[in-house]
Design a protein around this ligand. Sequence first.
Ligand code: FEO
Length: 169
Amino acid sequence: MLAQKMQDALNAQVLMEAESSQIYLAMASWAEIQPGIDNVTEFFYRHSDEERAHMLKLIHFINERGGFAMIPALSQPSPTYPSIHHAFKELLNHEIKVSESINNLVDIALQEKDYATHNFLQWYVAEQIEEEALARIMNDKLEMIGDDKSGLYLFDRDILNVNVVGGGE
Ligand code: FEO
């Protein structure tokens, strides 16, 4: 059985993963109407799906442990971005916030001596390491590319080979 404090914190994470999915969906829709970045578009759509999977994994865990996962209202994500560079910067900053939130959940699990939840959260800890690393690599590449059109062409081509990590399975 989940302690109330643990349940509330996990439900807050449901919201965070759902909002992550919305933010990346907004990025995908914006990217889709920009010329020449079809694979970046696909990357954002896939990333949005992965975040939904992260949310669902939490929902099932909360309900299976005798709690109740509340499906939250979501805030409006930024619908447009000044550039692809801005979108990826926001992605990195958002993932850093998600990592902090997961670490906070781990803290609560330890305080509550909830070792089952602690164990469950290790998947998210590992996932965040990979997601942050991936986001940093992309930001480093974009910084190198700057406004160079052929660089952006190659960035879009190469992102085809990037696997969005962690489907929540
Ligand atoms: Fe589910 Fe990217 O954090």
